[in-house]
Design a protein around this ligand. Structure first.
Ligand SMILES: Cc1cc2nc3c(=O)[nH]c(=O)nc-3n(C[C@H](O)[C@H](O)[C@H](O)COP(=O)(O)OP(=O)(O)OC[C@H]3O[C@@H](n4cnc5c(N)ncnc54)[C@H](O)[C@@H]3O)c2cc1C
Length: 454
């Protein structure tokens, strides 16, 4: 049994705490924010002070991969969530896979209750301010604990940093005289605006697919059905768009949404809740603690968004965080390894879990950013295959099943193309449609300008 300190009780930290305790380890979770308020799902969303996660009230899709991890590791969470108004949705994957419709804070509160119910998990409310390490400056430091803002020092066999996309790992390592992580960063190039809605009594979601995507030629509108008849309509617009802040004015945002084909179905019989919420600074970012085959630090690993964050419109972050938490929890049984070896093997396991999805996201977004910058249509094979899948899934059950599995990260794109029947169908379709383009819905840019400035 090892003493594990987990930094941050977001999705990754809570998953990790629950999965590590289940494997017999003693876990201390350190979280700067307070607990959820008592009461129902709507109170959790309205009143939980969550400064550490500024995007906690944005619409979230919870994909099949994350739900399958939870079903294996802590199935009781899903029963609790459905009991509180979340909706389990059978996926068209040809198996018993499920997606879940739930607002992020409702999901997180249930995961938190489950993790803290394990006697092996202790929660400290405090802020981590630095790492404790042995080793001379400029050597690879070995972390053996953390420094807290209020609670003094805390020692550990291993420190797992799940403090999210704004992790202070670079500052903490350089303060020890070590090297910062190696980073790959790509700006997503857009800002998010999200508005929550409540269905009127008797109303139904137009679709249970999360998210439902409507592509305009200058923006994307996404619908995220959630728990208890609540849903979000979110929009991404270029961070350079001078009109983007107009959408934070609720009447303007509602006028814009009402003009979007497909979004109107959601607006009918629904009432807005609170004001539109902005979110900027979105990135694909990977932080590695191994460079040229050697660890930059030992006794310490990054988990979830602190390690890899991806374009939120694909709705992958929570699933990747939970899958990664399980991968790292599995590595805890090998803490008897020599620390350099543990660090390198954990890095390799992380690459196997997150690497492919990160690289695919970066490639997809590079092509999309080039298209938005007017440098031609995204004609990459990946983009053309995705478009072909979107068309073919409507008419071909085998393609639909394969596409659904990729969408929910239950199958990699490479595995999909190894399915000969599906690959032949997709490639034949691409040959027959050399000019295949994604269809954009209205309004066009000029209508948009009139709408938001009028
Ligand atoms: C706009 C937006 C929309 C998104 N939509 C989706 C979606 O639809 N589907 C999806 O799956 N993912 C989505 N994501 C991504 C998803 O929210 C993240 O992947 C997920 O939050 C990662 O969880 P995490 O636990 O790694 O980090 P976080 O959830 O950020 O948790 C980090 C935790 O660490 C705590 N913390 C930070 N610093 C300290 C410190 N010094 N001391 C103590 N505690 C600390 C914070 O308070 C927080 O509780 C979206 C992200 C954004 C930005």
């Amino acid at each position: 049994m090892a003493d594990i300190v987990v930094l941050g009780a977001g999705v990754a930290g809570l998953g990790l705490a629950a999965f590590a305790a289940r494997r017999g380890h003693r876990v201390t979770l350190v979280e700067r924010d307070g607990p959820p308020p008592g009461g129902g799902a709507d109170t959790e969303v309205a009143d939980w002070e969550r400064r550490g996660v500024p995007h906690a009230r944005q619409g979230h899709a919870l994909l099949g991969l994350g739900i399958s991890v939870l079903r294996q590791e802590c199935p009781g969470v899903l029963d609790e969530l459905t009991g509180r108004g979340a909706v389990a949705v059978a996926l068209e994957t040809g198996g018993d896979d499920l997606g879940l419709l739930s607002r992020r804070l409702v999901f997180e509160a249930a995961l938190r209750r489950r993790a803290l119910a394990d006697p092996g998990v202790t929660l400290l409310r405090d802020r981590v301010t630095g790492l404790l390490a042995a080793g001379a400056p400029h050597e690879c430091p070995h972390v053996h604990g953390v420094r807290l803002a209020e609670g003094g020092d805390l020692s550990a066999d291993v420190v797992l940093d799940a403090t999210g996309r704004r992790s202070a790992v670079a500052a903490w390592l350089t303060a020890l005289g070590g090297a910062p992580p190696r980073e790959t960063v790509q700006s997503c190039g857009f800002s998010y605006i999200a508005q929550e809605f409540a269905l009127d009594p008797g109303g139904r979601f137009p679709s249970l697919r999360a998210p439902v995507v409507h592509e305009l030629d200058f923006a994307t509108v996404l619908a995220f059905p959630g728990d208890n008849g609540r849903f979000h309509l979110s929009t991404t617009v270029s961070s350079q768009d001078p009109l983007r802040t107009r959408l934070l004015d609720r009447p303007v945002y509602l006028r814009f949404l009402a003009s979007v084909d497909g979004a109107r179905d959601w607006l009918d019989r629904a009432t807005p809740v609170r004001e539109p919420m902005p979110m900027a600074g979105l990135e694909n970012r990977r932080r590695c603690l191994v460079a040229d085959g050697a660890p930059l630090v030992t006794g310490y690993a990054l988990v979830g968004d602190a390690c890899v964050q991806t374009n939120p419109t694909f709705g992958r972050g929570v699933s990747l965080a939970l899958a990664h938490a399980r991968t790292v929890a599995d590595r805890l049984d090998r803490l008897d390894q020599e620390p350099h070896r543990w660090a390198v093997e954990t890095h390799e396991a992380t690459k196997g879990c997150l690497g492919l999805w990160f690289e695919q996201q970066v490639a997809t977004d590079a092509a999309r950013l080039a298209e938005l910058a007017g440098r031609g249509h995204d004609d990459s094979l990946a983009a053309r295959v995705l478009t072909a899948l979107a068309v073919l899934r409507e008419e071909d059950e085998q393609v639909r099943v394969a596409a659904e599995r990729v969408y929910h990260m239950l199958l990699t794109p490479a595995e999909l193309m190894k399915d000969r029947k599906v690959a032949r169908r997709v490639l034949a379709f691409l040959r027959e449609h050399p000019d295949l383009r994604r269809e954009h819905v209205g309004p066009n840019r000029r209508d948009f300008e009139r709408l938001v400035t009028g």
